[in-house]
Design a protein around this ligand. Structure first.
Ligand code: PLP
Ligand code: ZN
Length: 411
C-alpha cells in the first residue's frame, strides 16, 4: 500500500483542484436589511421523526414523545453553491427552516473543500471548518439556531457545551442583543477556549464532565428561560447540514464524487446533519446514491462505537463512560444515549458504521496534515479514522471520501 501525497490542501484548492473559497480568512459579516430579498415565507412543516406529531417545545423537541423534529422541504429544491457565493445561508436558503430572512444576521462564507491526499487512488477530500470565525463548525450551527430562537420568542436560553459551541454562541450573540444565554461547562474546559467574554452569556463551571454539565443545565432552567435543546435543537442540525451541502457541491464541481463521509462524533449531531444533507443535496441526487456515513471516536472515549458493536452482536447494551478521557476534548461525551439511536440509524441506513482510533493514530494524522490545513484534535480523530479504514480495506472501490475537519487548532 502506498500513500500518494497530492500537495498541500488549501493550496490545491486555491489552484482550483476543488473549487470553493480558497483563502483561509473566512469571516462573517453582519447582514444588513439591504441585501435580503423576499424576507418572509411560510415555514416548512416541522414533524417529529418518531411519532409524526407537529407540536414542538421552544427548543424544538417533540411535545408528545420527546423525539427529534425535522423540517420537511419540497423535494425538488435545487439549491447549489456557486463560485463567488459569499453567504452559505443565502445559497441554501430554500433548505433552511427560518421563516424570516431578516432575522439571519450572521453571514458565513463557504469554507474550502480540498483534496487532501489520495490513498491507493481514492481521493480524500477534506472540509476545512477551522477557518470559520471561532475556528469550528459550530459557527454554522449557531448562525441558524439564533434566528430560530429569536423567531420563537425565546429571550434567554440555557445549554451545555464541551467548549466549541459555547465559543460560537458567545461570538454570535453579539449580533442578537435581544437574546442572552447561560452555559454550563466542565471545569476542565480552559477559559481560553471560550474566546472573549460576552456579558450576554453567563458561564457556570461544573465540577465533572460534560454529562454533569448537561444534567445541571437541564435541572437549572429558571422562569423565563428556555432549554436550548442541544442535539434536539433543529437550528443546530440544519446549520451543521450546510457544511455537507457545500462539500458535496464543491466536489461535484471539481468532477468528483463522494461515497464515504467521516466525522468525529460526540452527540452525533454532525452525522445526522450529513444524512439530511445527503438526502437534500442536488449533487448527491445526480450521483444517484448517498454516501456511507461513518462516525469516528477516540478509543479512550468511544461509547457509541461500543454500543454499535454490541448491537451487531445482538445486544442492546449501553455502556456509559463514567470518566471520559482522551486527546480530543471537544468530543468527550461519556453518555451519548439520548441521541445514539438517531445516529446509529443514519449510519445503518447509509450502510456506513462506527470506527475508533488510538491516541497514536490521532497523533500520526496531526503530524501528517497539520501543516496543510487547520487541524484540531477532534478533526484529527476523523482524519485518523480515514487512514484506519483504508488500512482495513473499508475504502476499497470508493470514488471519494469526505472527511469533516470540524475544528482548527485548539478546537
Ligand atoms: C470540533 C468538533 N468536532 C466534532 C464535534 C462532534 O459533535 P457532534 O457529534 O455533537 O456533532 C464537536 C462537538 O463539540 C466539536 O467541537
Ligand atoms: Zn414525537
Amino acid at each position: 500500500m502506498s500513500t500518494t501525497e497530492t500537495g498541500t490542501g488549501v493550496d490545491r484548492a486555491a489552484r482550483g483542484v476543488v473549487t470553493g473559497v480558497a483563502d483561509a480568512g473566512v469571516g462573517a459579516t453582519r447582514r444588513t436589511g439591504d441585501d435580503v430579498a423576499a424576507p418572509h415565507r411560510p415555514p416548512p412543516a416541522l414533524i417529529c421523526v418518531d411519532c409524526g406529531a407537529s407540536d414542538q417545545d421552544l427548543s424544538g423537541k417533540c411535545r408528545h414523545c420527546g423525539g427529534m423534529v425535522d423540517a420537511t422541504y419540497p423535494a425538488a429544491v435545487e439549491a447549489v453553491l456557486r463560485p463567488g457565493d459569499t453567504d452559505t445561508l443565502a445559497t441554501y436558503w430554500d433548505l433552511l427552516p427560518i421563516p424570516d430572512r431578516t432575522t439571519c444576521r450572521i453571514a458565513l462564507e463557504p469554507t474550502p473543500t480540498v483534496l487532501l491526499t489520495e490513498l491507493d487512488g481514492v481521493p480524500i477530500y477534506a472540509k476545512v471548518e477551522g477557518v470559520l470565525p471561532t475556528g469550528s463548525t459550530k459557527d454554522r450551527l449557531i448562525a441558524v439556531s439564533l434566528p430560530l430562537l429569536l423567531e420563537r420568542g425565546v429571550e434567554r436560553f440555557v445549554f451545555s457545551s464541551t467548549g466549541n459551541t459555547a465559543a460560537a454562541y458567545a461570538w454570535g450573540l453579539q449580533f442578537y442583543p435581544e437574546l442572552s444565554a447561560r452555559v454550563y461547562l466542565s471545569d476542565e474546559v480552559p477559559d481560553s477556549q471560550l474566546g472573549p467574554p460576552n456579558p450576554a452569556m453567563e458561564v457556570v463551571r461544573v465540577q465533572g464532565d460534560y454529562v454533569a454539565a448537561g444534567n445541571r443545565s437541564r435541572a437549572e432552567v429558571g422562569p423565563g428561560e428556555t432549554p436550548e435543546g442541544g442535539f434536539f435543537n433543529l437550528g443546530r442540525r440544519e446549520g451543521a447540514k450546510l457544511a455537507y451541502l457545500e462539500a458535496f457541491d464543491d466536489v461535484e464541481r471539481g468532477g468528483g464524487q463522494v461515497d464515504v463521509v467521516v466525522q468525529a462524533v460526540a452527540s452525533g449531531l454532525g452525522i445526522v446533519a450529513a444524512a439530511r444533507a445527503a438526502e437534500q443535496s442536488a449533487a448527491v441526487r445526480r450521483w444517484g446514491r448517498g454516501p456511507r456515513l461513518y462516525c469516528a471516536q477516540q478509543t479512550s472515549c468511544s461509547p457509541m462505537v461500543k454500543a454499535w458493536r454490541d448491537a451487531l452482536n445482538g445486544s442492546n447494551l449501553r455502556r456509559v463512560e463514567e470518566m471520559p478521557e482522551g486527546l480530543a476534548a471537544a468530543i468527550l461525551l461519556g453518555d451519548p444515549f439520548s441521541s445514539f439511536d438517531y445516529v446509529a440509524k443514519a449510519a445503518r441506513d447509509s450502510e456506513g458504521g462506527f470506527v475508533d482510533v488510538t491516541s497514536s493514530e490521532i497523533a500520526a494524522a496531526l503530524q501528517r496534515h497539520s501543516h496543510e490545513v487547520p487541524l484540531g484534535d477532534s478533526a484529527a480523530v476523523a482524519l485518523a479514522s480515514v487512514y484506519r479504514m483504508w488500512e482495513q480495506g473499508d475504502l476499497r472501490g470508493s470514488q471519494g471520501v469526505l472527511v469533516a475537519l470540524t475544528g482548527g487548532p485548539g478546537r
